[in-house]
Design a protein around this ligand. Structure first.
Ligand SMILES: [Zn+2]
Length: 324
């Protein structure tokens, strides 16, 4: 039988031949924490959700976090994910419970999947207790993570803490930026500046970069050129941001996703991630990697098979610092 029309199967076959799916961005320690009772909280603004998860984090034991992560990892392995990157909360609320669960998970599943962990700075990195937990996490994580918007008004200082640590430890940086789909955000630009300042070319990954698409073409092209110069890579999590709220802000027409087809054209390394799975941020996300790639290709009108395969495989490995 010749299923010439079945491009999905052909694409997935190529992904398998290239080492399997790489899911570069998740928050496994919070996966499957949504319940019908919590669903209404999904309507809160992103910035409120940063603290809404506190209660679950506080109440969860290491073994409860372990069990949720184990289920999540098994669901990923079933789909053919061979490398998986996850942020892990480490702060004054969850303390090191999720880190401890993550360490155990890494050991349990080491034959099935390569797990790469990054610290999530949900409380920022400037407030003294938050900073202490950030420092504590550095020894454990493979990649240093950041969320400059959490230290609003002091984003530069937040980045300085991250970049100083990355420089000292020789680790990659994954930083949540440009998440709100507005041309008021220019966070990718600050990553470019800092990467240059600290000499961390090729070490910095912008996570999301949705707001890039809200800027005029001239600005976008300028940013791509600079990203290429300093080797900034980008992770797109398509379904995580497609729910961006309608607003009265005027901007160029675009879908709420990083302009992946333009980034690829400009020679930027782009990977894909599912982001939050079945939690208060994304209650209906099931962690299906094909769904993410499908959303990416549809919302960016991007049908280059070989590039899509790279996005789902080798680019992800580069982004997570995992060799083939
Ligand atoms: Zn994230």
């Amino acid at each position: 039988m010749h299923n010439h029309w079945n491009l999905r199967d052909k694409l997935i076959k190529k992904i398998t031949q290239n080492g399997g799916w790489v899911n570069t961005h998740t928050h496994l320690d919070r996966a499957y924490t949504i319940t019908p009772k919590l669903l209404h909280l999904a309507n809160k603004h992103l910035h409120e959700k940063w603290t809404i998860v506190d209660e679950i984090k506080e109440k969860s034991s290491i073994s409860q976090i372990y069990d949720r992560m184990a289920f999540a990892v098994e669901e990923q392995v079933k789909q053919g994910v061979t490398v998986l990157g996850s942020f892990i909360d480490v702060d004054d609320i969850v303390k090191d419970k999720a880190l401890k669960a993550a360490a155990k998970i890494k050991e349990t599943y080491k034959r099935d999947i390569t797990l790469v962990f990054t610290n999530q700075a949900l409380k920022g990195v400037l407030e003294p207790r938050a900073r202490a937990w950030f420092d504590e996490a550095l020894g454990f994580v493979d990649i240093i993570g950041g969320l400059p918007a959490k230290d609003a008004g002091k984003e530069e200082e937040h980045l300085d803490v991250l970049f100083t640590a990355a420089k000292r430890l020789g680790k990659l940086l994954h930083i949540h930026v440009d998440q709100l789909n507005t041309k008021l955000e220019k966070e990718t630009e600050s990553l470019i500046r800092k990467a240059k300042e600290y000499g961390l070319q090729g070490k910095v990954v912008a996570v999301h970069g949705v707001s890039l698409a809200a800027h005029p073409e001239k600005y976008r092209q300028k940013i791509y050129k600079k990203m290429k110069q300093v080797g900034i890579m980008l992770i797109s999590c398509p379904t995580a941001w497609i729910d961006s709220r309608r607003s009265e802000e005027r901007s160029v027409t675009h879908n709420s996703i990083a302009p992946v087809e333009e980034l690829i054209e400009a020679g930027i390394v782009v990977g894909i991630g599912t982001d939050n799975i079945a939690d208060v941020y994304k209650p209906f996300t099931d962690g299906d990697v094909w769904t993410e790639l499908r959303f990416l290709l549809e919302s960016c009108h991007f049908y280059e098979i070989d590039d899509l395969v790279k996005i789902a495989t080798i680019n992800g490995r580069k982004i997570l610092g995992v060799d083939l």
